[in-house]
Design a binder for this molecule. Sequence first.
Ligand code: KIV
Ligand code: ZN
Length: 382
Amino acid sequence: MQPKQIIIFDTTLRDGEQVPGCKLNEKDKIIIAKNLELLGVDVIEAGFPISSPGDFQSVKEISNHIDHTIICCLTRAKKQDIEIAAQALKYAKRPRIQTGIGTSESHIKHKFKSTEEKILNIAYESVKYAKQFVEDIEFYAEDAGRTDNLFLAKVCEKVIQAGATVINLPDTTGYCLPEAYGNKIHFLRENVPHIDHVTLSTHCHDDLGLATANAIEGIQKGARQVECTINGLGERAGNTPLEEIVMILKQKKALNCFTNINTKMLYPISQLVSQLTGMVVPPNKAIIGTNAFSHSSGIHQDGMIKNSETYEIINPHEVGYNNSSIVLTARSGRSALIYRYNQLGYALKTNQIDTIYPIFLKYADKKKAIYDEDLKEIIKRV
Ligand code: KIV
Ligand code: ZN
């Protein structure tokens, strides 16, 4: 079977930038957008133009600076939002408008105080209206995760009739278990007559720590686009982290999928986004955290020194990380100590290590980690 391409839709500059405390200026956004293009993402969601004049201007400038990647921007299902979005995308070489509305019972009853019939109509009209400005229209059924599948199927068929090219199924509140999210996509593929006319997209939030698992399940059930952000930035607990999806698809050959991402840029772009947004990456973050390739316990270090595959399933160079590190702590064993002394140019004999090791442990019990200077000091003492 031919491998399937998964379209990577990056929303760092829209959903990612909505995070409290994360504010990017126009220049920062252009730098990030250019790097996203180099990274190889297929779609950049550049902003929500009606939300502020600054966001409008950023979408406009990003459209000007980006050559090949699709530039998308968000709107509510409102004419004015769509008109402003179309203006902001005027210079985009490949523009896309993402419009949509909440479809779950809770959104319909409490947020819109409306009815399913009216929501269906608004969904249809908004796509039809957006279609006057650009060809490529993505429709989002907000809170699709908690939307009744039969109603969701009706909404999908309606927006396909209106000309939608992509249907986004956000698990807005991070509510779904992977099986339920996957089943939803399967249900739509079975029950929406013209579902083959559109690309289905996952957009998962991480409130229960399931954003990546849900996106992967969505792909397995037929989604061909994944909405994600660098470092998993996004509302509340964040969105599906781009780096996780890309590396899972690269690692797990059984999924038979590929992306256009240059994985060697994953670590550098993660650092760039962290610096510009001021949002610190937790050290234990999968793929790009500073501890992702650090080994500190004696058993692991011994295995790593013998063969890195014993404790690493990804070569750090593959994600643009310099090297794995053997961190010396009070849990480290003799082989790690010999290894680190070797790196410093000391070839120690067994009897020398026997003398040094207990001294090293005393140091390590006092400090969190032992650095090169400490090792040199220990040698001097001995
Ligand atoms: O989480 C969500 O539902 C969204 C939509 C607006 C696409 O971000
Ligand atoms: Zn979202």
